[in-house]
Write a protein that binds this ligand. Structure first.
Ligand SMILES: [Fe+2]
Ligand SMILES: [Fe+2]
Length: 355
């Protein structure tokens, strides 16, 4: 038990991380043999450079609490903010740990030295990220039971190519989210209500490198980013962006405390992610299209209705929830079929984190 009546205990935070909904971060499994068979020869030069950088482990000492970690008094936080901060931490932790579990499994099952070495470094990084967030939760007496989570969370199977699209995007959008918050708080340190944000700059460089690795993996086979697969890339772009929009809007107090306008922030993160993704994706979503934001707002309103319907329960609630999900599907299709921008992918995907 912890001292606060309005926030969850360890069991509850572990349950929060365990939950499988459309919007929560998931755990993935895939065809590890197919991934193990990747031959990185076509990108050997860039591959070796990236692996050398990961091997040098620039963030080895970063994920430790130093004197910069000011003690945070969870009790003193506004109750709404407290709940949303915990939700943010638990969902970030789940996403980080999801990467850790998937990468570690690939490393464990593989026999291809290139692939195993990459996944070893990536799981090392994600374990540190997850551990660091969990330390912050433990400070409030509500750390997530990660061993239990590994065993009990539902795993979603994705074909390797879907893992590449989804994971590439989540690494790059993760980078964009962390760096945007970090840069904002550099200008407004008075809004930094939790010390963890101070760690985001070096942290997001890890995510950036992980994204670089997935870009290289996709470049080993040009089919992955051409032809019919471009429709899949488009699907993942819309799904990842729309999910982020709805999830962020569920945390109004959190963003208000940071002094961040959610819509502006999300658009900024989408813009950064889209710019980066030009390194590998032949299309990008037109986030300035006049229908883009209105459709996202509608999607968000539908999810709020859906949640209210679930809470209301009963037959009426069940029907209202189904109806909301049907409309969410239609809105998704409308977003999906908004015109996209074509992009000529450069010869080399190499990029540095410059935001
Ligand atoms: Fe991470
Ligand atoms: Fe990562």
């Amino acid at each position: 038990m912890n001292a606060y009546s309005d926030i969850p205990n360890v069991t509850k935070t572990t349950e929060m991380a365990q939950e499988t909904t459309l919007l929560n971060p998931r755990f993935y499994t895939t065809d590890f043999d197919e991934m193990d068979a990747i031959d990185v020869t076509p990108v050997r030069g860039e591959w070796d450079r990236l692996i050398a950088q990961m091997r040098s482990d620039p963030n080895k000492k970063h994920f430790k609490k130093t004197e910069a970690w000011d003690e945070i008094d969870f009790d003193a936080l506004d109750p709404k903010l407290r709940v949303e901060l915990i939700d943010f931490l638990v969902s970030s932790l789940t996403a980080e740990f999801s990467g850790c579990v998937l990468y570690k499994e690939m490393k464990r099952r593989g026999s291809n030295p290139d692939i195993c070495e990459l996944f070893k470094y990536m799981s090392r990084d994600e374990a540190r990220h997850a551990g660091f967030i969990n330390d912050a939760l433990k400070e409030a007496g509500i750390g997530v039971n990660l061993g239990f989570l590994t065993k009990t969370k539902k795993y979603t199977y994705f074909k390797p190519k879907f893992i590449y699209y989804a994971t590439y995007l989540s690494e790059k959008i993760g980078y964009a989210r962390y760096i945007t918050i970090f840069r904002h708080l550099e200008k407004h340190p008075e809004n930094r209500f939790h010390p963890i944000f101070k760690w985001f700059e070096e942290w997001c460089n890890d995510e950036f490198s992980h994204g670089e690795a997935f870009a290289l993996l996709m470049r080993t086979d040009p089919k992955l980013t051409s032809g019919r697969n471009v429709w899949w890339i488009r699907f993942f772009l819309v799904a990842v962006y729309a999910t982020m929009f709805v999830r962020d809007h569920a945390r109004p107090a959190f963003h208000e405390a940071l002094g961040i306008d959610i819509e502006e922030y999300d658009q900024k993160v989408f813009r950064t992610t889209s710019e980066i993704a030009r390194q590998i994706f032949p299309i990008e979503l037109d986030i300035d299209h006049p229908k883009w934001l209105p459709l996202l707002r509608r999607m968000n309103a539908i999810f709020i209705e859906a949640e209210a319907a679930v809470k209301a329960g009963g037959v009426g609630g069940w029907f209202r929830h189904k109806w909301a999900m049907a409309r969410a599907g239609v809105t998704f299709l409308q977003l999906y079929f908004l015109p996209v921008k074509r992009n000529t992918v450069p010869e080399s995907s190499h990029m540095v984190p410059a935001y």
